[in-house]
Structures are given as C-alpha cells and as structure tokens.
Design a protein around this ligand. Structure first.
Ligand SMILES: CC(=O)N[C@H]1[C@@H](OP(=O)(O)OP(=O)(O)OC[C@H]2O[C@@H](n3ccc(=O)[nH]c3=O)[C@H](O)[C@@H]2O)O[C@H](CO)[C@@H](O)[C@@H]1O[C@H](C)C(=O)N[C@@H](C)C(=O)N[C@H](CCC(=O)O)C(=O)O
Ligand SMILES: Nc1ncnc2c1ncn2[C@@H]1O[C@H](COP(=O)(O)OP(=O)(O)OP(=O)(O)O)[C@@H](O)[C@H]1O
Length: 476
C-alpha cells in the first residue's frame, strides 16, 4: 500500500510526500525499523522519539509520522504531521494489517486483580464449548495451536495486530485479552472494537504512573465505556461506579442482587461449589475471589447463548492458571504455594482462605515502583492474619532493598507481627521451608511466572520461582 492510499481515513494535519514506495511495516521503535517501514515518532515518558528519526531513516524508513513542528525534512522521504502519534500509530497499524480484530469476537478484561485468571477461564470455557478462543496477557499469547511471547501484558498495538493476524490464519473465533491500565492509557488497544469488556475490581496499584485512584479508574473505563457490552463486578465499590457509566451492563456478584449472582457457596473437597440461577457449579479453586473471576466468564458464555448447565459441565474441569495458588509437590508434607499476588487485596484474599490452625510463612518483597503505602499495607495485612513474613527481594528496580523492607516492617510493627529479613530470595525460601512443620503453609508471593528479578534499575537477572523452590527442596 502506498502512502496516499494508506492516509485515506487516517487523521493527519499535514503531509509532505517524497516517495510513493509501498509501505511494508510500521513501528514506533527506531531499532525495529526495516526497509520501507513507517516510523512513528512518539514523545514518550522517557525518550522523545523525534530524536530517533535520523536512525529510523538510516534503517530504511520511507515515511515519518511526527507531532513536533520544527523537524528537518530530507528529500525522498514522506513526512506526515499528526496531532496524537499514539492514535496515528494505532490507526495506521490497524489499516496496514487490514483490521484483523474485526474478524474476531474481541473480549477485553481489565481490573486490578484477576485479569489473567478471568481471561483464562473465558478462553477455557469458550474453547471447550467449541467456540475457539485465543488469549493475550501477562503470560504471553496463547493461540491454542501456537504460543507467542510478549513484552507487555497488553502489547503495543503493532504487536497486538501481528498476533491477531496469526489468530485469523488459525481460524480462531474469539480473542480474550488483558487490557492493563497502562495499555489503555497509552492507547495500545485504540481502534479495537471490543464485543465484551470485563471489569473485575479496583484497588490501589500503579500509583507511580496514574498518580491517584480517579485517574486509574478513568484508564480502566476506556475499555468499559467503549465496548459493546460490559460485565461488571457489583460487589466492588468502583464496579458500582462503573455500572452507572454504561448502558445495559451485565452485573455479577456474590453479595448484592445482580444479573449473575453466586449463591449457596460451599467449600467442598475439590474446591468450591455454588449456584447461579439454581444451576450447580463446581470450581477446582480454593479462593472465594476465583468465584468472581468465574462469574465474569460464565456471564459472557451465557450471554453468547450457551446454557448454564453446559457451562458448569465445562468449568468443573478448569484446573487454574500457572502460579495462581499453585501447590508445589514435595515430600515434606508442607503446603508450598506459588502465587502471583502483588497487591494488598491479593495478599489478604489468600490469607483469608488458609486454615487458621496452621502456621503460615509468606516469602515476599515488593517491587520498587510500588508506593510506600502499599508496602506498609501489605506488611500490616500479613501481621493482621498472623502470618510470619520472610521479607526478601522482589524487583527493587530504582529503589533499594533496604528502603522497601523498612517500609514493609513499619506495617508489620503496627500489628506486632513476626518477621525476618533475608535479602537473597532463595535463602529466604529455604528459611521458610525449614521453619515450617507438616501441614503448615509456605507462600512464595509476587514473582509467579516471571522469569527475572530486576535487582538494579530495569536490568533483568534470570530467576524463576518454581525452579528455585525445587532447588531448595533438593538441598534440604
Ligand atoms: C509506562 C509505560 O508503559 N511505558 C512504555 C512506553 O513508554 P513510552 O511511550 O513513554 O516510550 P519511551 O520509552 O519514553 O520512548 C519514546 C519512544 O521512543 C522510541 N525509541 C526509544 C529508544 C530508541 O532507541 N528508539 C526509539 O525509537 C520508543 O520506542 C518510543 O516509541 O512505551 C515503551 C515502548 O513500547 C515501553 O517500553 C514502555 O514500557 C515500560 C518499559 C514498562 O515497563 N511498562 C509497564 C509498566 C507496563 O506497560 N505494564 C502493563 C501492565 C502492568 C500490570 O498490570 O501489572 C503492561 O501492559 O504490561
Ligand atoms: N478476583 C480477584 N480478586 C482479588 N484477588 C484476586 C482475584 N483474582 C486473582 N487474585 C489474586 O491476584 C493474583 C494475580 O491474579 P491474576 O494474575 O489473575 O491477576 P492480574 O490482574 O492478571 O494481575 P497482573 O496483571 O498483575 O498479571 C492471584 O494470584 C491472586 O492472588
């Protein structure tokens, strides 16, 4: 497609045409530019993409999309000035890739906790019902017959489109994707028509980026107010607020009256059982919060016309998502659990479901970009539930382990809780396992499936929680 054809239907202010060569691809990263690509210069939070226009041309760009007024033009290059380069990136990428999302039923899932689990439940249920569903999220893209690694929970729009093109080739009918608040705010999903948008819940996270809860909520609402049908958790305070912002939402709940309410919740040997509209459901999960995740998935499948009895029959086989309340086998009869909890709500939800007559050791640290308040809150919640905190390194990034652990300890001390500080994560896990007796719980929290630690700045050092636990078990 040449530039004139490509520009039809794209919002731009000015154009200066220097060539009519076909455009082969698009990127906002100069390092990814190849021969005959378009380079989108984005003024980012860290860098100004306009500085890389020269190197993009060196790498083969034939077209530059920009916002700064005073840039130098070179002969033979197209220059297109736009008002918002993130929107332009999305519009051009969607057009160049021939709108792959339009050939799919698109389901977005947003909220602070439960995105990955809910998305996995949705793809599991739909696929088992014969309605093939791929999944894009924190653990990469799973297109049933093919997996693709991704950088972000919600990838850049150009990466999303490449994944959707693959989904089209594989004839998938649905794609469920986690839409993070960063992704929504930075317009990584701009132009994707979501058939469904799910809002799980909202609690403080990513305050370094959004500054306050109002902005954080607004970012989430970009999905909820722009999708065709919203599924909203009515038991959540922000869910109640969201319900007022959309037409014809579908509400889910446990406590309040709603369209899909789980009643008669019981703990059973295999996990949990509950009823929706008189139909029995079984879930092989122990966290009550997973009922909320299941309700969102059930609501979508039901809205698509599947019978609740058939959905229940499929859901009973859902075994969970890797590193979300995952038990690690061992010969010590200790309950060693890996969980990706990294918000105070997630910590509290796990503590709530554990037996009161067992000792609980939680091995955790908190990422350097989380606020002091979150660190203190997690320390305090751990102490409130009588949990022994083994404070260790998570991803200190641009902060120090010492600062982070001091903040956690301040929270623990508010409730006179027990704790030990062991910086090396493997040593911390070893300490917790050695301290636990048969039947006790050792919770390894926060890293989940991530395969790195960011000990200094954003530099990744290889680390994988489950391998470390297995090494420790061999050494004990
Ligand atoms: C806050 C955030 O999300 N920032 C992302 C964003 O940065 P940005 O737009 O401000 O860009 P920038 O780094 O300032 O660079 C400006 C422009 O110059 C370009 N550039 C830069 C250098 C160069 O040599 N050449 C070049 O062209 C960049 O590609 C970019 O287009 O765009 C960059 C390029 O795509 C991302 O790398 C960067 O992710 C950062 C590193 C990040 O860690 N993001 C996390 C927080 C994130 O997005 N997380 C959410 C989920 C979180 C959760 O729920 O847990 C996610 O969806 O993954
Ligand atoms: N509905 C929920 N409410 C509260 N906590 C939850 C809920 N679902 C999951 N959790 C907790 O949050 C952790 C992360 O779950 P999950 O990965 O599904 O969430 P997420 O929103 O995708 O997180 P992230 O975007 O950071 O990957 C789980 O391990 C569990 O501890």
């Amino acid at each position: 497609m040449n530039i004139e054809k490509l520009l039809e239907g794209i919002d731009y202010i000015d154009k200066n045409i220097g060539n009519d060569r076909d455009i082969e691809g698009i990127s906002s990263n100069s390092r990814e530019i190849k021969e005959n690509y378009i380079f989108l210069a984005i003024k980012g939070l860290e860098f100004d993409g306009h500085k890389f226009i020269g190197s993009a041309i060196e790498n083969g760009a034939n077209t530059i999309v920009y916002t700064n007024k005073d840039i130098d033009f070179r002969d033979g290059i197209n220059y297109i000035r736009v008002d918002d380069s993130r929107i332009a990136l999305a519009q051009i990428s969607n057009k160049l890739s021939n709108y792959p999302s339009k050939k799919l039923r698109m389901i977005g899932v947003t909220g602070t906790n439960g995105k990955t689990t809910t998305a996995n439940m949705i793809s599991f249920i739909l696929t088992k019902l014969g309605d093939s569903c791929g999944n894009i999220g924190t653990d990469g893209a799973d297109l049933i017959y093919k997996t693709i690694a991704t950088e972000h929970t919600t990838p850049e729009i150009t990466d999303i489109n490449n994944i959707l093109i693959e989904a089209n080739k594989l004839n998938l009918k649905n794609i469920v994707m986690e839409t993070s608040s960063h992704g929504l705010y930075l317009k990584r999903c701009f132009g994707i028509d979501y058939d469904y948008g799910v809002f799980t819940n909202l609690s403080p996270e990513h305050m370094d980026f959004h500054k306050d809860m109002e902005n954080y909520f607004k970012a989430k609402m970009i999905l909820i107010q722009n999708c065709k049908k919203a599924i909203i958790n009515k038991d959540d305070d922000y869910g109640k607020k969201a319900l007022k912002l959309v037409k014809n939402p579908i509400s889910i709940s446990i406590n309040e009256e709603s369209d899909f309410r789980a009643l008669d919740i019981k703990k059973i040997d295999e996990g949990l059982s509950f009823k929706i509209k008189g139909i029995n459901f079984k879930l092989k999960r122990f966290g009550i919060y997973d009922i909320y995740n299941a309700l969102c998935a059930i609501a979508i499948a039901s809205d698509l016309g599947y019978r609740l009895e058939d959905i229940a029959d499929v859901l009973k086989d859902f075994k969970g998502v890797k590193s979300r309340l995952e038990f690690i086998e061992n010969d010590l009869a200790i309950n060693i659990v890996v969980d990706f909890a990294h918000t105070s709500t997630a910590f509290e939800n796990i503590y709530k479901v554990l037996p009161k007559d067992k000792d609980i050791y939680a091995v955790y640290g908190i990422s350097g970009d989380r606020t002091v308040e979150i660190r203190e809150a997690i320390g305090e919640i751990s102490a409130k539930y009588g949990v022994f905190s083994v404070i260790t390194v998570d991803d200190p990034k641009f902060d120090t382990f010492e600062n982070i652990s001091n903040d956690i300890v301040r929270g623990i001390k508010k409730r006179n809780g027990k704790y030990k500080i062991i910086e090396n994560r493997k040593d911390a896990i070893k300490y917790a396992i050695k301290s636990a007796k048969k039947g006790d719980f050792v919770l390894c929290l926060g890293k989940g499936e991530e395969n790195f630690l960011k000990l200094k700045a954003n530099i990744k050092t290889h680390y994988y929680e489950k391998d470390t636990i297995r090494e420790v078990l061999k050494e004990i």
